[in-house]
Design a protein around this ligand. Structure first.
Ligand code: FAD
Ligand code: 8R5
Length: 458
């Protein structure tokens, strides 16, 4: 590409990573961020929020030269630690060994690391600059300094919207062309709570796991932080389906939250000393999926990450997917003749994959909250592991494809559907694997699942 100038809106996770990838390839990169520099003293950071980093995200961080710095503070999560209603716990491993794990990272620290390396790579980051409007006739973007309300017009060559789920650039693009935007609200929201360290400074529960308290229509999860706290997230429906079911209508303040925890999450309650304050102080987060049919405006602007395809959190892939977008967009920009072609090729590659991970994220809510302690599900899971061992090139568990490989999400989704059908059919009427006819089982796998290319199986 001849004109190697780019203007990125938003210096969050995707914006900072994309800036690095392009600046390292010699692009002239300007990033405009609404908030202040989180590295400066007095910055009003968010709470201690952590995210699960998986293979797709790690691969992108490696390409940007950021993996080592990020991993220095990451906490390994080997599997789901399921906390049953009767207080029993069970660790369900995600992978085969400690090379197949996910990592809990602190959002604020991750963002700072990415801003540092973006700056080192030569990207110019302008803080206190919120995109206000775009004039696509004159190629001028106007940014507002929220501190004094001053306006700052900037000429651009091409814009990238990495400004998150509430993207202003998306709204400006939609004023010029139909994007086919649709938001599906899940009807459930979340609230964050905190488990502090024990008195001797240690983790209060197993640090190397993602904890889940599944309770049917709702659940809690907890992810470890390297300062030995856990961020707990309570997911609840907004409204009660049946009288007596808990929802954010019935659980509306610290006292009703305590009642819910006394009844349903007693072992967690003992770990959260400030439950009432956390519940009342922290806002409830909405959960929704954002679908667009179009992500770009010819060669002038393109959307990435949450701005293009916000998803529900239940696969822990929002950031991982956003990072994978950045790698794909940087490659298309590098190899196409102009931005118009690069943006179109990027959308053609990534839009179907984003739809697939959005669907899988929705499905994983049901699995996490409802199916982890169900007998049919457990038998299917055992068969899944057995088939993965018997047919490592054909039967690769969907969770594994999403989390530990870079197989396109769309392929993981399609193969996952075939595998799900096989597991249901093959276990129907069986209480254990002992009664299965393995010749029939193996034949069904060979018939319905083609071998994956060797380089897709880690
Ligand atoms: P963001 O990270 O939201 O960045 C957007 C940036 O744009 C921000 O810095 C914002 O200030 C800036 N901005 C906004 N408007 C403007 C404007 N008008 N002008 C200039 N700048 C602007 N994903 C995972 O993969 N694993 C997880 O475990 C996980 N856990 C999560 C936990 C929580 C509580 C939440 C909320 C999300 C989680 N996600 C997780 C999803 C993940 O955070 C997002 O998918 C990811 O941050 C998307 O990156 P982004 O750069 O597109 O958006
Ligand atoms: N995001 C996650 C998983 C899958 C875990 C499994 C699930 C909180 C708002 Cl809900 C959730 C996962 O299948 O066993 N991996 O990573 C992260 C999750 O939630 C994050 C922390 C979250 C948005 C609140």
């Amino acid at each position: 590409m001849a004109d190697r100038r780019i203007t990125i809106v938003g210096a969050g996770l995707a914006g900072a990573l994309l800036a690095t990838l392009l600046a390292r390839r010699g692009w002239s990169v300007d990033v405009y961020e609404k908030r202040g520099d989180p590295r400066l003293k007095g910055y009003e950071g968010g709470r201690s929020i952590n995210l699960a980093l998986a293979e797709r995200g790690r691969h992108a961080l490696q390409l940007a030269g950021a993996d080592e710095a990020v991993m220095a503070h990451a906490v390994m999560m080997r599997g789901r630690m399921v906390h049953f209603a009767d207080g029993r716990t069970d660790l369900q491993r995600y992978g085969r060994d400690d090379s197949e794990v996910i990592w809990s990272v602190h959002r604020g620290e991750l963002n700072i690391t990415l801003l540092d390396i973006a700056g080192q790579a030569g990207a110019r980051i302008h803080f206190h600059r919120g995109l206000e409007r775009v004039d696509f006739d004159t190629d001028t973007a106007t940014f507002l300094d929220p501190r004094d309300g001053s306006e700052h017009p900037v000429d651009f060559s091409a814009l990238v919207g990495a400004d998150g789920a509430g993207s202003t650039l998306r709204r400006q693009m939609a004023a010029c062309t139909e994007l086919g935007e649709r938001t599906d609200f899940l009807g459930h929201s979340y609230k964050e709570l905190e488990i502090p360290p024990a008195e001797d400074g240690a983790f209060r529960i197993e640090p190397n796991a993602l904890h889940i308290w599944p309770r049917g229509r709702y659940m809690c999860i907890a992810l470890p932080n390297d300062e030995r706290t856990f961020t707990v997230t309570l997911f609840l429906p907004n409204e009660s389906e049946r009288p007596g079911d808990p929802s954010f209508e019935t659980v509306r303040d610290g006292a009703t939250a305590r009642e819910l925890f006394e009844r349903d999450f007693a072992d967690a309650l003992a770990l959260i000393p400030d439950l009432e304050q956390d519940f009342e102080r922290n806002p409830a987060g909405l959960l929704a999926t954002l679908y667009l049919d179009r992500w770009h405006l010819q060669g002038r602007a393109v959307l990435v990450g949450d701005a293009a395809h916000a998803m529900v959190p239940f696969h822990g892939q929002g950031m991982n997917c956003a990072f994978e977008d950045c790698v794909a967009l940087a490659d298309h920009l590098e190899h196409a003749d102009d931005c118009g072609r690069a943006f179109a090729a990027f959308q053609a590659e990534r839009l179907p994959d984003s739809r697939a991970i959005q669907a899988m994220a929705l499905e994983n809510y049901l699995e996490m909250r409802d199916r982890v302690d169900d007998d049919d599900f457990l038998l299917q899971r055992t068969l899944e592991r057995t088939l993965a061992e018997r047919h490592p090139d054909r039967f690769v568990p969907r969770y594994w494809m999403v989390t530990f490989s870079r197989i396109p999400y769309g392929v993981a989704f399609e193969r996952g559907q075939v595998q799900r059908e096989l597991l249901v059919e093959l276990t129907r009427g069986h209480a254990s694997l002992d009664t299965l006819d393995w010749d029939v089982v193996d034949e069904a796998v060979r018939e319905r699942l083609s071998p994956l290319p060797a380089d897709n199986v880690l």
